[in-house]
Design a protein. Structure first.
Length: 119
């Protein structure tokens, strides 16, 4: 499974962006899709995750501002980011946990998309 992330950019504080993560390739099922971010000099952190059953979980820092959702008909996941803050500035990566035909579980990462929030 290959992932293509897009939608990053430069936005003023208080603005919004929607990130997309398009999946291609074959797999039996997608167990979960997550968005992570890494700011300069910091470790990569989990921002939000959605399971195959639609259960979501968010980092405390983005609760109430970010929404993760997926369109299974398009094999695409999204991260809607509202009320952006300068501290949201980072490279955002999408990740998918999927199961192959031999029942093995795998992880795939997108290439990252830069989000910059100006004050």
């Amino acid at each position: 499974v290959q992932l293509q992330a897009s939608g990053g950019g430069l936005v003023q504080a208080g603005g919004s962006l929607r990130l997309s993560c398009a999946a291609s390739g074959s797999a039996v099922s997608m167990n979960a899709m997550g968005w992570y971010r890494q700011a300069p000099g910091k470790q990569r952190e989990l921002v939000a995750v959605i399971t195959r059953r639609g259960v979501t979980n968010y980092a405390d820092s983005v609760k109430g501002r970010f929404t993760i959702f997926a369109d299974n008909t398009k094999n695409t996941g999204y991260l809607q980011m509202n009320s952006l803050k300068p501290e949201d500035t980072a490279v955002y990566y999408c990740n998918v946990i999927f199961v192959q035909y031999d029942s093995s579980e795998h992880s795939s990462w997108g290439q990252g998309t830069q989000v910059t929030v100006s004050s």
